[in-house]
Ligand binder design. Structure first.
Ligand code: ATP
Ligand code: MG
Ligand code: MG
Length: 587
């Protein structure tokens, strides 16, 4: 295990472990919710962290950052990371998203089982506790039902320069508010008629403390609780309670929640004073979001791309969702490396997309078997083949290592014939300066094969090259004594037409033409790249006939490719280009 670089979160956790801040807390539910764990023993987990996605879309590369950070800290400090569905917003949440989130966290290589328990939680399982806690706050004069209209509430909140104004409902007696809140729950008021608010300070310089909303009326069927509730807690109210009930120690979130921290502490302290929670309480810490250039990391906007069919689903290989990245061929190790290398700091960071490709190459260079592929093919006719090899129906065998550093993987077998496929751009009728591949009169080596001399080409009526012609230079086969008798400057890849595996080849480019597609409130749809997907008919080495969905290869000279996990079939192969051998993004 490489030593992890220090960061401020590690420093905080190490300080807490040293001070024993969380050492003696019980392994058990909070006083208000004993059902969560078997109570009694001290908690065997030294720290408890959580990854709390809202199941309103698929996870994206930004979430990978948060997953690797939280699960990684839990692993490194003898703790556990909970997977918690923050499902307090019924209209937008679906079981499909819950399932996809679990699948992708596991795919990244993490799991939430520890100390004999699967630490998989749903915020909606705490609705009863949250309701009781709200009644408690009302009973203490710390919350009230506000019947102002949404517009009045907004106007009375004030802004950064103007203090807010108290609601006329704020100082009605506790009994009134308790009654109203129970009516809200009982379904006696229409959606939006009133909200429950905390009673803190309408003049606070921190707008989050100007009587934040705790509950709203919303008749919507919930994926977990069905129609049991017609009131739902607000995120800001629910989240600290979720953390406390699960005895989270360090609640790590992104920077935009910094101003919520005083509220987080206020709420938990009040509930602890009332005996609904016990100390030590969780603490919130904020770190900077991860952004990738040419990528959007907002579930709402990614959903829009899917719903409006700008892409072919959440797992489209161009999408920065983990499902899309998996299908594109990115490996869990490459995503984890990118997340780890980006550290944790107090400011939002922008990474160039190429960082991901660098991590991918580092992972696949050692793992991926090699193969030849002709991506954009043109025919090559060897006009003296029968003279040199005896017959056009004889196929001269050739071989190459499956992996240059792994002899144990053995050899790939393929063969020469009178007609081959080569890359269209490996031929030039009139060569540019420095072009060493095929042009009339020039000699090149067919990699792992023989040296050939180009004699010309055939064209169709439009002048498009339909075949390149060449002759074999006898006695030049790789691995034979004559191999070096003729010197050439160029080597090209090829596939025998008699044994080529035809495939659909999908080449992807960035989805947006601007590095920060949604910067400054720009409509990101206006900078969609219209040429982000190219489909070609390509040819592969015969050994690739056995490729399985999700198998990854390095195609010599071309880069890293994967058999598409959804569409690839033995009788209809489909490959995706993951990334080139070198960085073509930084061009
Ligand atoms: P989105 O706006 O895409 O919906 P979110 O933050 O609202 O993102 P959640 O499902 O609430 O989505 O996110 C779960 C966790 O992932 C949160 O703790 C959030 O802070 C974290 N997270 C989301 N996006 C990023 C990002 N770009 N970088 C780091 N962490 C992120
Ligand atoms: Mg969120
Ligand atoms: Mg969001």
């Amino acid at each position: 295990e490489p030593v992890k670089p220090a960061n401020f979160l590690r420093a905080i956790i190490e300080r807490d472990l040293e001070a024993g801040t969380y050492a003696q807390r019980p392994f058990g539910g909070q006083p208000g919710d004993a059902a969560l764990h078997a109570a009694g023993q001290p908690d065997p987990a030294r720290v408890r962290l959580r990854f709390p996605p809202e199941p309103n879309g698929y996870l994206h590369v930004g979430h990978a950052k948060s997953i690797c950070l939280n699960f990684g800290l839990a692993r490194d400090y003898g703790g556990v990371c909970h997977l918690r569905f923050d499902d307090t917003n019924p209209e937008k949440e679906e079981q499909e998203y819950v399932d996809a989130i679990e699948e992708m966290v596991k795919w990244l290589g993490w799991d939430w089982d520890a100390f004999g328990t699967a630490h998989l939680y749903y915020a909606s399982n705490y609705f009863d506790f949250m309701y009781r806690a709200a009644e408690y706050l009302i009973s203490q004069g710390l919350a009230y039902v506000d019947e102002q209209s949404a517009d009045q509430m907004r106007a009375n909140r004030g802004d950064f320069t103007t203090p807010g104004t108290n609601s006329p409902f704020r100082d009605l007696p506790v009994e009134h508010h308790l009654g109203r809140f129970r009516e809200m729950r009982a379904g006696q008021h229409p959606d939006g008629a009133m909200v429950l608010r905390a009673k803190i300070d309408m003049a606070s310089p921190n707008i989050n403390l100007r009587d934040p909303a705790l509950y709203r009326i919303r008749r919507a069927t919930h994926h977990n609780t069905g129609d049991q509730w017609c009131i739902y807690p607000m995120y800001a109210y629910a989240h600290p309670i979720e953390d406390a009930l699960e005895r989270i120690t360090h609640s790590i979130c992104t920077l935009e929640f910094e101003d919520q921290r005083p509220w987080y502490d206020w709420l938990l302290e009040r509930l602890a004073e009332g005996g609904l929670l016990s100390h030590p309480l969780p603490k919130q810490y904020e770190f900077g979001r991860l952004n990738l250039s040419y990528v959007i990391t907002s579930k709402r906007k990614l959903k829009q791309l899917v719903d409006e069919k700008h892409v072919e689903g959440w797992d489209d290989p161009r999408m920065p969702t983990l499902a899309g990245m998996r299908r594109r061929g990115y490996t869990p190790a490459s995503i984890r490396k990118m997340a780890d290398d980006s550290g944790a700091s107090k400011s939002n960071i922008w990474l160039d997309y190429s960082v991901l490709d660098i991590a991918l190459r580092a992972d696949l260079e050692e793992q991926a078997p090699r193969a030849m592929a002709v991506i954009d093919p043109v025919a090559l006719k060897l006009t003296n083949y029968a003279e040199v090899f005896g017959s056009d129906s004889f196929h001269e065998p050739c071989h190459a290592p499956a992996h240059p550093h792994k002899p144990e993987l053995g050899q790939r077998q393929f063969s020469l014939g009178p007609q081959l496929w080569i890359e269209r751009d490996d031929f030039a009728e009139v060569p540019a300066k420095g072009f060493f591949r095929l042009f009339p009169g020039n000699k090149v080596r067919l990699k792992y094969g023989v040296i050939i001399e180009c004699t010309g080409c055939e064209k169709d009526a439009d002048g498009k090259v339909t075949a390149v012609t060449a002759t074999v230079v006898p006695d030049t086969k790789s691995g034979t004594p004559g191999a070096d008798s003729v010197k050439v400057k160029g080597t090209i890849t090829w596939i025998g037409a008699h044994e080529a595996v035809a495939c659909e080849m999908r080449l992807f480019d960035r989805l947006f033409t601007e590095a920060q597609p949604d910067a400054g409130g720009r409509d990101f749809l206006t900078v969609l790249n219209p040429n982000s997907k190219h489909v070609l008919r390509s040819y592969l080495e015969p050994g690739l006939a056995g490729a399985k969905p999700d198998d990854k290869f390095q195609f010599e000279r071309h880069g890293y490719f994967v058999a598409d996990r959804k569409d690839h079939r033995a009788d209809a192969p489909v490959f995706n280009r993951i990334a080139g051998l070198k960085d073509s993004w930084a061009r």
